[in-house]
Design a protein around this ligand. Structure first.
Ligand code: PLP
Length: 415
């Protein structure tokens, strides 16, 4: 029998959302009459913007004629989309259409990108963290051993109320640094000065920053950069990951891209500097055959004037939900982070209340589902994540339930 990759055995047995689903299932079985409101998982609920639907229709129609039919597309994505991206998102930032690599999701891009690096490379992540960065490196063999809630081979950069969710530079030098802003799960952002510290560090120490900007569209603060390439020096050390999922409701349609300037380089076996762009192209052309033409046309429509107006209305709606959730928890006397430049609201739980216990309490007392902070890493314990991605009516109903239940019911003996 073939031996399986032993690193898979190191991964935590039950994925966070399966455990949540299990607990919801048990609750529903015991209380079938109770309506559960789900503000836990980060999926969107609003339909696709009209300009996206129109573009899809036109592109499907094209496929029915011999002239318009498209088979395999260009390897990095169609030029019409790569040019629209650069024009709309990276004007004057030194990014060219050749630096854009279109794909069917930021999750796979983020999970796959580590393949370009040697197994000995040290990886740093902020903690709490979107699990894909850690798990994909563990699968590849960079995790070391399981240690408490984490892995001995991963450098964790704790982010909590004590440091205002700004990670401090690591004591040991990493090769790869994953940063995600606006952050999932904490909903916090870094300002220019705070992010520049990381760009400068990466340049001084020859590290690569893998910058996940999946929630860039939610930034409202002028202090927070929308792209890492707004910062001097970033085009030498940073790879940026973007997605249409939360920007334009593409979680089911699937389209994303990697921004990878030629100047971002790694080191070859003989010490020579090798641009990562050529390696990523090699990797993608070997293992991937591209995002569908019709989906790339739909993504192009997101960058049109009508598409931009429609997607900003979508984003405003989700931010509005997040603000309501924030206000409800604040009215209950809790300290809340995020929700202003991100769809995520990160609630600090009363001292001593653990996040899985609060999950059960919230489900039992108000039939609201959120996500326990502990599921995102050791520093997530004591916090709870809610998202603004619900339907507005469901979010308002959830807020009414929270306020109706009150502090004593939700946090018995804690406040
Ligand atoms: N990055 C972060 C931080 C996310 O939260 C998500 C999805 O929830 C993704 C990336 C994945 O995006 P996509 O739908 O493009 O795969």
């Amino acid at each position: 029998m073939p031996l399986i990759n032993p690193h898979y055995g190191l991964l935590p047995g039950s994925y966070l959302f399966s455990e949540i689903a299990r607990r919801i299932g048990a609750f529903s079985e015991a209380h079938p009459e109770k309506k559960i409101l789900r503000l836990g998982i980060g999926d969107v609920t609003s339909p696709l913007p009209d300009s996206v639907v129109q573009a899809l229709r036109r592109a499907v129609e094209e496929q029915s004629g011999a002239d318009g039919f498209r088979g395999y597309g260009p390897e990095q994505g169609y030029a019409f989309l790569r040019e629209a991206i650069v024009r709309d998102c990276f004007p004057d930032l030194g990014i060219r259409p050749e630096d854009i690599f279109v794909s069917d999701g930021a999750k796979c891009d983020l999970g796959n990108f580590q393949e370009l690096f040697d197994i000995s490379c040290k990886v740093a992540v902020t903690d709490p963290v979107y699990p894909v960065y850690v798990d994909s490196n563990v699968m590849a063999g960079r995790g070391g051993n399981r240690r408490g809630d984490g892995f001995s081979g991963i450098i964790y950069l704790p982010c909590h109320a004590g440091n205002n969710f700004v990670p401090t530079l690591p004591k040991t030098r990493p090769d790869l640094i994953y940063l995600c802003y606006p952050n999932n799960p904490t909903g916090t952002v870094l300002n220019r000065k705070e992010l520049q510290v990381w760009v400068d560090y990466a340049r001084a120490e020859d590290c690569i920053i893998l910058y996940d900007a999946a929630y860039e569209a939610y930034i409202t603060s002028p202090e927070a950069p929308r792209s890492i390439y707004e910062l001097p020096g970033a085009t030498e050390v940073a790879v940026e990951f973007r997605s249409y999922s939360k920007l334009a409701g593409f979680t089911g349609l699937r389209c994303a891209y990697v921004v990878l300037p030629q100047s971002v380089r790694g080191q070859g076996a003989d010490g020579e500097k090798i641009p990562l762009a050529g390696l990523w192209l090699r990797r993608q052309t070997t293992k991937y055959n591209g995002c569908p033409y019709i989906v790339q046309r739909a993504a192009e429509a997101v960058h049109s004037p009508a598409g931009k107006a429609e997607t900003s209305a979508l984003v405003r709606g989700y931010l509005d939900n997040a603000r309501k959730i924030r206000a409800a928890f604040e009215a209950l006397g809790l300290t809340v982070y995020g929700g202003e430049n991100a769809p995520y609201v990160w609630v600090k739980l009363p001292e001593g209340l653990d996040s899985w216990n609060f999950f059960d309490l919230l489900l039992d007392r108000a039939q609201i589902v959120g996500t326990p902070g502990a599921g995102f890493g050791p520093s997530g314990e004591g916090y709870f994540r809610l998202t603004g991605f619900g339907r507005p009516e469901a979010t308002e109903e959830a807020c009414r339930r929270l306020l109706g239940a009150g502090r004593q019911t939700l946090f018995p003996g804690r406040i």
